[in-house]
Design a protein around this ligand. Structure first.
Ligand code: PMP
Length: 437
């Protein structure tokens, strides 16, 4: 096509990142577990796009739902006029969410869902006459998107550096232990409660009654698949409760079946006060996110007769009809094919498969849960991302899409992956690892 033949010209207006510019790659179509590249090669999707295409690619059921909706009602400002699909979707979603998460605010992305959750936490405390609670606590190595709120509470310092001051009144849980390559990232039971005390330490730096919310990814995805030990999230929950602080789970990656349960909250048996989702809500087909709130929180700031305040929310495209149709089609696929629990069935096979890479050159850690995993490589001195990025390029040439963060290879295939495709993924990755300098 014109674009693929003329990448140089294409880059000018398109703000692709540096990695892409250095090594242009182009997907032109996708079906189920595979992409097709501009030069006609098939690439196995080991990352569900960007952790989002949980139902696989271009599923007819979802495509038809979108086509039908676009022809019938393309747009309505959902929070002014309403339309049936917004109501249908909200009802379907709250049947799936953890107990008590009964109210949903629609957004168009994970970043917007995070912003909405942070705003909600502040509004909740103010509605209850506790406006002194303004501080927000994130976590070292947390990733919460690219909005002002998400970058601020996010725990990746390099993402904030070039912007100078972002939100004020933000602090982060600083872990006294490295989070990877140890009991933390392997979900071992021993140290859960102990690691959680890092939250008490950051609270102690402030007056606890000034803290509005703690935001955490139950399993940190983008920073290298960090699986908390048993007891960790329970203790985080207990500490928040003790101090009257709201707990927000950012389930943008873990939501919609990644761990073998609909949400990570179900897997860990810990219910947050607010929960953000995106990605898997439409299986990546159309931008959509959502923020769920427990009933008593919703009622405090949306309905409480004495504290009624105007909660300022509503994007032009919140609950866009076509996005709602895509999400409803996606939920149909998840439910008809049992995809929200499929990761649990495949988890033992997945675990054996990726742990078979142990002992290959430079592999220093392997971790997994449900259908998520990471292979951590020993960094080259002074070039901390080079080895994994080389693996990414070689895997792409061999027909496998992986994702890298630092020297960690992250894997999160669509939930429709077969055992044969898991074998294929691991064999290709193993072949790549064997060739790394
Ligand atoms: N939170 C988490 C945990 C994420 O992984 C991401 C995206 N990778 C986001 C928020 C931001 O989502 P989006 O890119 O849709 O804005």
């Amino acid at each position: 096509t014109r674009v693929t033949n003329n990448l140089e010209a294409f880059w000018m207006p398109f703000t692709a990142n540096r990695q892409f510019k250095a090594n242009p790659r182009m997907f032109v179509s996708a079906k189920d577990m595979h992409y097709t590249t501009a030069d006609g090669r098939s690439v196995l999707d080991g990352t569900a796009g960007l952790w989002c295409c949980n139902a696989g690619h271009s599923r007819p059921r979802i495509v038809e739902a979108i086509q039908h909706q676009a022809a019938e009602l393309d747009y309505a400002p959902a929070f002014q006029m309403g339309h049936p699909k917004a109501f249908d979707l909200a009802s379907r979603l709250v049947q799936l969410t953890p107990p008590g998460m009964d109210h949903v605010f629609f957004t168009n992305s994970g970043s917007e869902a995070v912003d909405t959750a942070l705003k909600t936490a502040l509004a909740y405390h103010r509605a209850r006459g506790e406006g002194s609670r303004f501080r927000l606590i994130g976590r070292e190595r947390g990733y919460h998107g690219v909005g002002f709120g998400g970058i601020s509470v996010g725990g990746i310092v390099s993402n904030r550096k070039m912007f100078g001051t972002m939100l004020t009144g933000v602090d982060h849980i600083r872990h006294t232990h490295d989070l990877s390559r140890n009991a933390f990232s392997r979900g071992l039971p021993e140290f859960g409660a102990e690691y959680a005390e890092d939250l008490e330490r950051v609270i102690a730096l402030h007056d606890a009654s000034t803290i509005a919310a703690v935001i955490i990814e139950p399993v940190a995805g983008s920073t290298g698949v960090l699986i908390p030990p048993k007891g960790y999230l329970e203790r985080i929950r207990a500490i928040c409760d003790k101090h009257g602080i709201l707990l927000i789970f950012d389930e943008v990656i873990t939501g919609f079946g990644r761990l073998g349960t609909p949400f990570a909250a179900d897997y860990f048996g810990v219910t947050p006060d607010l929960m953000t989702v995106a990605k898997g809500i439409t299986s990546g087909v159309i931008p959509m996110g959502a923020m769920f709130a427990k009933k008593h929180i919703y009622e405090a700031f949306m309905q409480g007769p004495e504290h009624m305040i105007e909660f300022f929310h509503g994007y032009t495209y919140s609950a866009n009809p076509v996005a709602c149709a895509a999400a409803l089609g996606t939920l149909d696929v998840y439910q008809e094919e049992g995809l929200l629990t499929r990761a649990a069935e495949l988890a033992p096979y997945w675990a054996d498969a990726i742990h078979s890479l142990k002992g290959l050159p430079h592999v220093i850690d392997i971790r997994n849960l449900g259908l998520i995993g990471a292979v951590e490589l020993e960094p080259i001195q002074g070039q901390p991302t080079k080895r994994a990025f080389t693996a990414f390029l070689k895997a792409y040439d061999k027909g496998l899409l992986i994702r890298t963060t630092g020297d960690i290879i992250a894997l999160s295939p669509p939930l429709i992956i077969s055992k044969a495709e898991i074998d294929d993924l691991v064999t290709t990755l193993g072949d790549v690892l064997k060739t790394l300098d």
